[in-house]
Design a protein around this ligand. Structure first.
Ligand code: UDP
Length: 230
C-alpha cells in the first residue's frame, strides 16, 4: 500500500486493485483551513463509521458514491476517483460564512435549499465561485445541483430521525475510471452543521471551531443514534 494523498484529516492509500483506494480517517480535527488543529482520540473511526452509514443510505436512494466497504473501523475502501476541485455546499438555514458575508441572520430559514460552490484550494482560501466563473473553468453548475438537492433531501430525513436539524453541509465529487460522476470524500459532523431540533445547539465541528468543547461526546452520540435508526 502506497500513500497517494495526505489530507488534513484523511490519508488515501493505493490497494492491489488499480480502481480502488483505501481512505484512512485520522484522529485529528482541523478548522480554518488547517490553522487550528488538534489530535482527538476515536475521531477517525467515529467519522468513518458515520460517513459509511450515510453513504450506504444515499446508495439506497440511488445516489452514486465512491463507498465500497469498511475493512476496519477507521478505514473505508472506495472506488478510485479524480476529485473535482469544487466544494459543493447546500444550505437550509443561515450559519457560518453566509452569515459572516451577508446581512442574513443566524438561523434564517431559506424557502428552498441554496447550493453554492467554492474552489477547493486551501492556498487560495477556498473562494466562493460564481456560476460564470465555474463555466469558464469547464464546470457546469447544473451537473451538481440536482444531485446536491437529492443528497440534501435524504440527509434532512436521516438527521431529523435522530433529533437534528441539517443546517448546511459540504460535499465533493469525483470521476471514476469509467467516467462516472460519484459522490466522494466524507459526510460526517466534520462537514455538516447540525443543530438539536428546533434549537441552535451545535452538535458538529462548530463545537471545536468555537472552543465549546464536547466534540467527541456529540460525535459518539450521533453515531450511536444513527446505528440505532439505520
Ligand atoms: N465545510 C467543510 N469544509 C470546508 C468548508 C466548509 O466541510 O472546507 C462545511 C462546513 O462544515 C459547513 C458547510 O460546509 O457545514 C458550510 O460552511 P461555511 O461556508 O459556512 O464555512 P465555515 O463557516 O465553516 O467557515
Amino acid at each position: 500500500m502506497n500513500e497517494l494523498v495526505k489530507g488534513k484529516v484523511k490519508t488515501v492509500f493505493s490497494t492491489s486493485e488499480p480502481d480502488e483506494v483505501l481512505i484512512q480517517y485520522e484522529d485529528r480535527v482541523t478548522a480554518g483551513n488547517g490553522k487550528k488543529e488538534l489530535n482527538v482520540k476515536d475521531k477517525g473511526s467515529t467519522c468513518c463509521e458515520i460517513s459509511s452509514i450515510i453513504f450506504k443510505k444515499l446508495e439506497e436512494y440511488s445516489i452514486k458514491t465512491h463507498y465500497l466497504s469498511n475493512p476496519t473501523y477507521n478505514s473505508m475502501l472506495c472506488k478510485k476517483v479524480d476529485i473535482i476541485p469544487l466544494e459543493v455546499i447546500v444550505r437550509n438555514l443561515a450559519a457560518g460564512s453566509i452569515v459572516r458575508q451577508t446581512t442574513l441572520p443566524q438561523g434564517k430559514l431559506f424557502y428552498k435549499p441554496l447550493v453554492e460552490f467554492h474552489l477547493k484550494d486551501d492556498s487560495k482560501d477556498d473562494p466562493l465561485l460564481t456560476p460564470a466563473r465555474m463555466m469558464l473553468m469547464g464546470y457546469d453548475p447544473d451537473t451538481f445541483i440536482d444531485t446536491a438537492i437529492a443528497i440534501n433531501s435524504v440527509l434532512i430525513k436521516v438527521f431529523h430521525n435522530i433529533g437534528l436539524d441539517l443546517v448546511d453541509f459540504k460535499v465533493e465529487f469525483g470521476v471514476d475510471s469509467k467516467g462516472n460522476l460519484l459522490l466522494a470524500d466524507e459526510i460526517s459532523p466534520d462537514s455538516c452543521r447540525l443543530w438539536k431540533t428546533g434549537t441552535q445547539k451545535s452538535m458538529d465541528k462548530d463545537l471545536f471551531r468555537n472552543d465549546e468543547g464536547g466534540l467527541m461526546d456529540s460525535y459518539h452520540w450521533i453515531l450511536k443514534k444513527l446505528q440505532e435508526t439505520n
